[in-house]
Design a protein around this ligand. Structure first.
Ligand SMILES: Nc1ncnc2c1ncn2[C@@H]1O[C@H](COP(=O)(O)OP(=O)(O)OP(=O)(O)O)[C@@H](O)[C@H]1O
Ligand SMILES: [Mg+2]
Length: 303
């Protein structure tokens, strides 16, 4: 098995805060690792270390077989990075952004123009090529940002929350672009707060919380961590929510209570207990866990 990215014991401190507190990760060549975690979990810090933008305080990481601290130049030749905050120059047009990057990477003027045209076409931006990037919609800007990071034809790509703030259509388009890259053999490490995104794109997942690994495995493996099934119930009356919370021993979110069910004989008993307490339900359902349930189980809400 060959790994495009391997990291062990990564630690990064900012004053008192341990942004990363001992993270291990591995990404098999040609696959997608999804790094999930709530705000402040350390996702961007991990990406910045692997992309050679900051040095770790401890630990070791190899990207494409090169050490991120001792061989940073070699690593930079192999990677592309799309940051959480778009890095396109708003005062340049789409095509100018791409040509500029090509020139910075040492392409001739004509090579840079050809590469820009190919990427604009690939990301559906040809018609917008001569408009200032500052006037692009959020989705167009993300696509341009991704295109800029692909000018160098990276074999390893880091995407830090690539679809945050995009509408479902724009998100779907970006997912397709990532899938195409992976089909071409590119290895991707992407961070996200969207479980659905991780489920759609990632072969393997790493869930981090407060700088530490909370869980890792395939999406299927993580779902099985959340238990077999879930019982969701919604009391008809808001006044009954608290009573239902104490019967089901869980906290409601938006009036909905959701409990893991390990034994299918349990739901009828729970529903009877609610009924005995005089709680009328607006809805109830037994369903399989989603990655959202896993995330909540692992990162606090159900600890
Ligand atoms: N340059 C910095 N200086 C000081 N503290 C920092 C710096 N960068 C990150 N941190 C802190 O490290 C922790 C991890 O931050 P990081 O940006 O890696 O989280 P994240 O998982 O990317 O969060 P988000 O989902 O909000 O992007 C946070 O507590 C953050 O405040
Ligand atoms: Mg971040």
């Amino acid at each position: 098995m060959s790994y495009a990215i391997e990291a062990e014991g990564l630690v990064k401190r900012y004053g008192e805060t341990a942004a990363l507190d001992g993270i291990d990760l591995r990404v098999r060549t040609g696959t997608v690792l999804g790094v999930l975690g709530p705000n402040g979990a350390g996702k961007t810090t991990a990406v910045r270390i692997l992309a050679t933008l900051v040095a770790p305080d401890a630990g070791r990481a190899l990207v494409g077989g090169f050490d991120v601290t001792r061989q940073a130049g070699k690593v930079r030749e192999l990677i592309g990075l799309t940051g959480q905050y778009a890095s396109v120059d708003e005062k340049l047009t789409g095509v100018q952004n791409l040509v500029l990057m090509g020139r910075l990477l040492g392409l001739s003027r004509s090579e840079a123009r050809a590469r820009a045209a190919a990427l604009l076409s690939r990301f559906g931006l040809t018609d917008a090529a001569d408009r200032l990037a500052g006037g692009y919609s959020g989705g167009m800007r993300r696509r341009l940002d991704l295109a800029v990071s692909l000018v160098s034809r990276p074999r390893i790509l880091f995407l830090d929350e690539p679809t945050t703030g995009l509408d479902p259509h724009a998100r779907g388009e970006l997912w397709d672009a990532v899938r195409e890259l992976v089909a071409d053999g590119v290895t991707v490490l992407l961070t996200t707060q969207y479980l659905e995104e991780a489920d759609q794109l990632a072969d393997d997942l790493l869930v981090i919380d407060a700088g530490r690994t909370a869980a890792s495995g395939s999406p299927g493996e993580l779902k099985s961590l959340a238990g077999g099934h879930r019982l969701d119930v919604r009391p008809l009356l808001a006044a009954d929510v608290e009573k239902a919370e104490s019967i089901l021993r869980t906290r409601a979110e938006g009036g909905l209570l959701s409990v893991p069910v390990h034994d299918l004989s349990v739901p009828p008993a729970l529903l009877r207990a609610l009924d005995d307490a005089g709680i009328v339900l607006a809805e109830h359902a037994l369903r399989l866990p989603s990655l959202d349930d896993v995330f909540r189980t692992l990162t606090g809400a159900e600890k």
